[in-house]
Write a protein that binds this ligand. Structure first.
Ligand SMILES: Nc1ncnc2c1ncn2[C@@H]1O[C@H](COP(=O)(O)OP(=O)(O)OP(=O)(O)O)[C@@H](O)[C@H]1O
Length: 374
């Protein structure tokens, strides 16, 4: 308790042409922690990062570094005095300097200390043997490693990274992500990484701040963001989802899959029951009958296979449900490729589904926003 966060952002906002593109954003990041600002294109991620870097000025709010105000409505510390390292997708190296020159660029102090810092960082990003190379002689991945070493060389208190891996091809990207993460952790820097890719955020983040329409709609560790989304859109941002409609009566929603709890949701409210494809359970048809209901999985409903595809680590099976003709997709972690037209039974794990009042149908009671069914 009592540890001052390395970076603390409070009530930050920014308008362009009268529209708030960053709206009341608050964040805190400790030394050694990596927070991912995750959200769709245009939601205000880069603008938030730019304000923390000091290259854009907020219209309101406060930014603190180690407890000291560096930006508020009264004044703003210039970017070069903020001890931030920057890394962007297209943050080019200086073409006229070799690798060592690029990494040493922002360093002060004795020549020998600078040389050893440069050598140490380049070794740690496995670029030691390219120390004399020029940027045009390096691949994209190698350039990014040098850019990382350059950004970390002056030991910034904060690293701000905006889609730093999006220019790299898939296989290389994972390797560089892991290497980058290791180095950032070793250096103990506080990191804010902007990305629109949920996989990247899940792979890298200690904490995810999910952003939409200029606001942070949810903050938490990746496990909680994935398994306890605040609303339907938050759930859908991380994977395909299935949605089953229901209407609440007596804190319950009756569906073809049995009852779902909807505590505190007023009678008559329409709800979306949201389930990820891997949490639908499949069972076989036994002469037109399915498995018996269970408390954990409710009632089974029959669907007809429309299509089954092998995806490598999983199989995706599309169904048309008999009860209302709706489509559902199930994911099975193996090779499971039933013929189109096969009848199968689907069940929904109650501890893995989410019940959200439908937008426009919800009551004023905020506590009804999410209802557990465990
Ligand atoms: N200097 C500017 N002048 C006017 N509008 C701007 C300016 N900078 C950003 N915007 C607008 O603010 C909104 C948020 O932009 P921002 O770049 O922060 O989003 P983002 O979430 O980082 O998106 P992306 O992932 O596509 O970069 C967008 O609608 C953008 O057009």
């Amino acid at each position: 308790m009592g540890e001052v966060p390395r970076v603390e952002v409070d009530g930050l906002w920014r308008s362009f042409d009268g529209e708030r593109v960053v709206d009341d954003v608050s964040l805190s990041i400790s030394a050694g922690q990596l927070t991912c600002l995750l959200g769709p294109s245009g939601c205000g991620k880069s603008t938030t990062l730019r304000m923390i870097a000091g290259v854009d000025r907020p219209d309101g709010g406060t930014i603190r570094l180690d407890g000291e105000v560096i930006c508020d409505p009264v004044g703003s510390l210039p970017p070069e005095d903020r001890s931030v390292g920057l890394m962007f997708q297209d943050f080019a190296l200086f073409p006229h300097l070799d690798v060592a020159g690029n990494v040493a660029f922002g360093l002060n102090g004795a020549r020998s200390a600078r040389r050893s810092r440069v050598r140490d960082l380049l070794d740690r990003v496995e670029m030691g043997r390219h120390i004399d190379a020029y940027p045009h002689e390096l691949s994209g991945g190698e350039q990014q490693r040098v850019a990382l070493a350059r950004a970390l060389a002056p030991k910034p208190r904060v690293m701000l990274m905006d889609e730093p891996f999006s220019g790299l091809d898939n296989r290389l990207r994972d390797e560089i992500r892991d290497q980058t993460l290791d180095l950032l952790k070793e250096e103990g820097t506080a990191v804010l990484l902007v990305t629109h890719e949920p996989d990247e955020a899940m792979r890298m983040a200690d904490e995810i701040a999910l952003m939409r329409g200029g606001r942070i709609v949810q903050r938490g560790v990746p496990y909680n963001i994935y398994n306890a989304p605040v609303d339907r859109d938050a759930a859908a941002f991380f994977s395909d989802i299935n949605v089953i409609e229901g209407r609440v009566q007596g804190a319950l929603t009756e569906t073809a899959f049995g009852q779902f709890l909807a505590p505190g949701v007023p009678d008559g409210t329409m709800v979306d029951i949201v389930i990820r494809p891997q949490h639908l359970k499949i069972d076989f048809d036994r002469k037109g009958r399915g498995p018996l209901p269970t408390p954990a999985e409710g009632t089974a409903a029959r669907g007809i296979v429309q299509r089954a595809r092998f995806m490598g680590g999983e199989s995706l099976v599309d169904f048309r449900m008999e009860f209302d003709g709706s489509k559902l997709v199930a994911s099975v972690p193996s090779v499971f490729l039933p013929e189109a037209g096969t009848p199968l039974w689907l069940m929904i794990r109650r501890d893995r589904c989410f019940v959200f009042p439908r937008k426009g149908s919800e009551s004023d009671d905020a506590s009804t926003e999410r209802s557990a069914n465990s």
